[in-house]
Design a protein around this ligand. Structure first.
Ligand SMILES: C[S@@+](CC[C@H](N)C(=O)[O-])C[C@H]1O[C@@H](n2cnc3c(N)ncnc32)[C@H](O)[C@@H]1O
Length: 188
């Protein structure tokens, strides 16, 4: 994950961490930035308080903007973000495609997304069981690929890594026309 995120960071200075939690990715990315910032977005007060404490301890408050909000409706302007990152989020959402749509909206043309999450293997099924009423559960790699592609992303790459997948994709520079969203089923 870090390798892909750091690889995508070149010339990317405004980074949005969707579901920052306690700062697993936000802090690592912030330390790599020479200019710009990480917008660390999460719904949870508790997570964000812990992230703020860690950012202060690591002298990173000038590189991290903490923002409370929903990943499916961030309130950020269109085309305002260079790189969106997200770790261990999609399986917790009832409609994972809604967050991918929001990623597409906030990214500038040519901007990139890097997503890591549990995939729909045996362990993913157990994780899905614990989230069953509130969330979609882990997706399969084919579904992630189809979701990113059908929502208009280019250069889509989805790689399995043990229990997880790591996906990256690029927002087209101009004139994309998304097809109908098609995520939601990982039936065999
Ligand atoms: C499993 S944690 C992952 C945290 C961090 N990305 C990491 O990898 O350590 C999932 C996070 O997603 C956040 N979350 C879940 N649904 C959300 C939503 N709709 N909007 C914003 N944050 C959300 C939770 O508050 C939690 O911090």
């Amino acid at each position: 994950m870090f390798k892909r995120v750091f690889g995508a960071l070149e010339n990317h200075n405004i980074v949005l961490d969707m579901s920052a939690g306690t700062g697993y990715l936000s802090l690592a990315v912030a330390k790599r930035l020479k200019t710009g910032k990480v917008i660390a977005l999460d719904l949870s007060d508790e997570m964000l308080e812990r992230l703020e404490r860690r950012a202060a301890e690591q002298d990173m408050t000038n590189r991290i903007e903490v923002r409370q909000g929903d990943v499916t409706n961030t309130g950020l302007p269109d085309n305002s973000i260079d790189l969106v990152v997200s770790s261990s989020l999609l399986h917790e959402l009832p409609e994972p495609e809604a967050v991918i749509q929001e990623m597409m909206r906030v990214l500038r043309p040519g901007g990139k997304v890097v997503i890591q999450d549990f995939r729909n293997g045996p362990v993913g099924k157990i994780i899905g069981f614990f989230h069953r009423d509130a969330a979609h559960g882990p997706l399969g790699t084919a579904t992630v690929t189809a979701a990113l592609t059908s929502l208009g992303f280019e250069e889509v790459s989805v790689e399995s890594k043990q229990l997880r997948y790591i996906a990256s994709a690029t927002k087209p520079r101009a004139g994309f026309r998304p097809a109908r969203p098609s995520v939601v089923s990982d039936l065999p």
